[in-house]
Design a protein around this ligand. Structure first.
Ligand code: ATP
Length: 388
């Protein structure tokens, strides 16, 4: 690492990199707040936020969310549902109209209270990284470390660059780094001040697919080891599933559902949430004796009342084909068209006699050679019936 020998860093850098300073900086005694009951301090508590703009746009309505130290939460939802506004209010870039925002247990925004952004112990990371092109990597990381001694600023910058694996690039200018390296500089700059909370707005959207995967993994590692709570805005459901401890799905300025990724994917509370995570099959029917009749058999609908109109939802990977389907009540033979070849999986479409189209996603090893007449059936253990 070339910076170990540089004169202009007059600190015991070797100690820092080998962990001496690291352990000191990792101590997060400044992180305090309400105990969330699971041994981790609560770093964010946003309660019943209602917010709009002067032109009459209502953006957030009774919005509440809590984040504990070390927890990564994604805000997922369509354009305009209020994700960025939420981040801006928490960062203090926008004065709050109604509700309360507590950071580390202290009220940062409420009626008559507005702690300025620089005093919130919250860091932000944007899509474009906002690095200063004329400053070196090291100076970019040092930049946000305002009010502490120069020596401590250096300690923290060294530690942060070490955490993101960029120590050897310390004297480069951002333009000489790859997109992934620039993202890591931005991450180092964000975590260097030891924030309690990091707000990320579409942080990986400029990276290509391959790099995104790697950078996501690195980011999770860095955030977890620093014990920072993170709230990340994303449009990408796959990213939310991969990165998050919990996902908050937003709709029209409210949280439609919040929970661990597996919960949201397998137990969506509404068709809106179900549709966000994958293509789905939907069958319309009337509830009778706690069941809905579909073209492929009876789907359970015990939570709905008899006579109600219902939509039965089933994900394409829960449509069975071939031998697996044969013995299932309601199975029919259908011809399959290959829609997408995805390497490990294939997406196919079956057209039923009644005109219904069924999307199927299957491991390519299950692809039948002859697709002209293949048994298909629904795995009703994995269907969900929603009131229409
Ligand atoms: P995207 O995913 O497209 O970034 P978003 O979910 O982050 O969208 P916001 O940027 O929070 O959405 O905007 C929510 C709504 O508030 C939108 O209808 C937007 O037009 C409106 N809005 C945002 N900022 C302002 C503003 N300064 N003045 C008026 N309306 C605004």
């Amino acid at each position: 690492m070339n910076f170990l020998t540089r004169k202009n860093i007059d600190l015991k850098v070797a100690d820092a990199v080998s962990g001496g300073i690291a352990s000191k900086l990792v101590e997060r005694s400044d992180v305090c707040g309400l105990d969330a009951g699971v041994g981790k301090p609560r770093v964010l508590e946003a309660m019943t936020i209602t917010h709009g703009f002067r032109d009459g746009t209502k953006v957030l309505q009774d919005f509440s969310i809590q984040i504990d130290a070390g927890e990564i939460i994604s805000l997922l939802g369509p354009s305009g549902c209020g994700k960025t506004t939420t981040l801006r209010l928490i960062a203090g870039l926008e004065p709050l109209q109604k509700g309360t925002i507590k950071i580390g247990g202290s009220t940062a925004s409420s009626e008559g209270i507005h702690t300025p952004p620089e005093n919130r112990n919250v860091a932000m990371m944007f899509q474009d990284y906002a690095l200063f092109p004329h400053l070196s990597v090291f100076d970019n990381v040092m930049f946000g470390l305002g009010r502490i001694s120069r020596e401590e600023r250096r300690d923290r910058a060294i530690k942060a660059l070490d955490d993101v694996g960029l120590s050897e690039y310390w004297d480069r200018k951002p333009a000489t780094l790859s997109g992934g390296q620039q993202q890591r500089v931005a991450l180092a700059r964000a975590i260097a001040p030891n924030p309690q909370l990091l707000l990320l707005d579409e942080p990986f959207s400029d990276l290509d697919t391959e790099l995104r995967r790697k950078v996501r993994t690195d980011t999770i590692r860095v955030l977890k080891s620093a014990g920072v709570g993170a709230l990340m805005v994303t449009h990408d459901p796959e990213e939310a599933l991969y990165m998050s401890d919990r996902i908050a799905v937003m709709k029209d300025g409210q949280i439609e559902q919040i929970g661990p990724p597996m919960d949201l994917y397998n137990n969506p509370r509404s068709l809106y949430v179900a549709r966000l995570f994958s293509e789905i099959n939907e069958f319309l029917g009337i509830v009778k004796n706690g069941m809905v009749e579909t073209a492929l058999g009876l789907a359970p609908a015990s939570e709905l009342k008899d006579g109600e109109l219902a939509t039965v939802m089933i994900r394409p990977e829960h449509v069975l084909i071939g031998d697996e389907a044969k013995a299932v009540p309601g199975a029919v033979d259908a011809s399959l068209d290959l829609l997408k070849y995805l390497g490990r999986d294939a997406v196919m479409q079956a057209k039923l006699d009644n005109g219904d189209e069924v999307i199927i996603r299957t491991d390519i090893r299950n692809l039948p050679l002859d697709t002209s007449s293949v048994p298909i059936a629904l795995d009703f253990k994995n269907s969900i019936s929603f009131k229409k």
